[in-house]
Design a protein around this ligand. Structure first.
Ligand code: NAI
Length: 453
């Protein structure tokens, strides 16, 4: 169902009315397209505190396709604005350092273009003493607050890192139109080589940033429609051979998607006890990317919820995710350097009335990711992360009653729902061969929803 309010506020009378009435003012978001793959304009690079990220940071930023400047270029000071600001605050160690954050950003916020990006770089929270921890944690409150007030489709995110090269795929993602619906997030990027003594060194630098998944096989569960279809499409765009898994009843749709993308359909109910073994048997050469996207809702308040509604949601959304992950890791079908991306939900992080089953299952996914990530990387060379979508425009959300749907759409900093492609782009970043240092993260794709932390 089209977002009519977004179309209306895109017109001159709509803009006038919504402003006069104090109503939300969603901006049309700039998304990736082959014709316009990057943001337009300059990348303003600022520093607060004494940073140690250079010279790697300078070279990573120089490869984003944006022209790097250290002051607002005269040409960008006018209506167009700068495309992005990267504030390196990793060297902020105390409250005085926070003053430098204010001093750096206060004069330039106004110059950031519509759909522009602000990316703050921070240090890991466990580095340094309690003064440093206070200052670094302060960056989270700062980032999230700026995200809520900045408007015009602009996003604000915080990346904690120690090694800029290991964060190249993350910075490229956040500084591009691909991250249009990701805002208010705190993303931790580890060091390039995993620290566990038994850990293998992951191949992190792909030869080709345009088709990073060339030669790799990606399996998407629930890929026949909705978000899963968009994920399959985006991974195929990035060069992967996609395997579109869906229930046998959706086989025709799975085949249609697979054929369009030059991939393969795999009709299979993911809740089958031997689903992992059957996937491994269908892919004798193994797989590199495993996307757990299949999911269902069976809403009822707990007082009215029969055991089968509880059980079916826990089975599809969580038990089968755990079972197939275990089977594919144990058999080695998921190759070293592999990627697992599971699908949580903001309902699992914030809770939602009528969704005790769904909320439990999606919070469970986040728990699995956190606990499995270090072990899977150390033992199998595989990273494990999750995306947590907010309100995404799909058939599922089109069926939500009008009032609740409108609330879901507007109650986020971007004042609109996301599109399946927004979840897909985030998944593609996590699945990227250069994202080996991103592990154990649950990244919300929610336009900075007001729900949840
Ligand atoms: P959808 O209902 O449009 O698609 C889900 C797909 O999974 C369908 O093709 C379905 O046949 C398949 N599936 C269901 N049970 C299966 C099973 N046992 N075995 C194999 N395939 C199965 O859902 P949508 O909206 O695309 O959601 C995708 C994921 O994103 C789900 O995990 C959902 O919980 C999650 N999500 C969606 C949000 C939204 O706003 N649409 C918000 C938050 C999370």
């Amino acid at each position: 169902m089209a977002d009519r309010y977004l179309s209306f506020t895109g017109t001159a009378p709509g803009r006038f009315l919504s402003r006069r009435l104090g109503l939300p003012q969603p901006a049309a978001l700039r998304r990736w397209s082959p014709q316009r793959p990057s943001l337009d304009g300059a990348l303003l690079r600022l520093t607060a505190g004494k940073s140690e990220l250079d010279p790697d940071l300078a070279s990573v930023l120089s490869r984003t396709g944006l022209e790097v400047a250290e002051a607002v270029p005269a040409a960008s000071a006018g209506a167009l604005g700068v495309a992005a600001v990267v504030l390196d605050a990793s060297g902020v160690r105390d409250v005085d350092g926070l003053g430098e954050v204010h001093a750096a950003l206060h004069p330039v916020v106004r110059s950031v273009a519509a759909s522009g990006r602000v990316v703050v770089l921070g240090a890991p929270l466990d580095a340094g003493d309690h003064h440093q921890a206070a200052a670094q944690q302060a960056l989270e409150g700062f980032t999230r607050s700026l995200g809520k007030e900045i408007g015009r489709g602009r996003t604000v995110n915080l990346v904690r890192l120690t090694d800029a090269s290991a964060a190249e795929s993350t910075l490229r993602f956040l500084l591009s139109p691909r991250s249009a619906y990701v805002s208010g997030q705190v993303i931790h990027v580890g060091a390039d080589a995993p620290t566990a003594p038994t850990a293998p060194t992951l191949p992190t630098a792909p030869g080709d940033w345009d088709r990073p998944l060339a030669g790799r096989t990606a399996l998407v569960t629930g890929g026949a429609r909705g978000i899963g279809e968009a994920v399959a499409e985006t991974l195929a765009r990035d060069g992967a051979h996609v395997v579109v898994l869906d229930v046998p009843a959706a086989e025709a749709d799975a085949r249609r998607v697979a054929e369009r993308l030059g991939g393969t359909a795999l009709p299979l109910d993911i809740t089958a006890a031997d689903a992992g073994e059957r996937i491994a048997a269908a892919l004798p050469d193994g797989l590199d990317v495993l996307i757990h996207n299949a999911g269902i809702t069976r809403d009822r308040r707990l007082v009215n919820m029969p055991a089968e509604r509880w059980g079916s949601v826990l089975e599809v959304n969580l038990a089968s995710v755990l079972r197939t992950t275990d089977a594919l890791l144990a058999s080695g079908a998921l190759r070293r350097g592999g990627r697992i991306v599971a699908t949580a939900s903001i309902a699992g992080l914030a809770g939602n009335a009528g969704q005790t089953n769904y909320g439990a299952s999606k919070a469970g996914v986040a728990g699995m990711v956190r606990a499995l990530a270090p072990r899977a990387l150390a033992e199998h060379g595989v990273t494990v992360n999750a995306v947590a979508p907010g309100f995404i425009e799909t058939k599922m959300t089109a069926a939500v009653p009008l009032f609740i749907r409108e609330a879901g759409r507007r109650m986020n900093s971007l004042a609109q729902g996301g599109l399946p492609v927004d979840v897909a782009e985030t998944t593609a970043w996590l699945a990227h061969p250069a994202s080996g240092a991103v592990n154990g993260q649950v990244v919300r794709v929610c336009g900075q929803s007001l729900l949840g932390a």
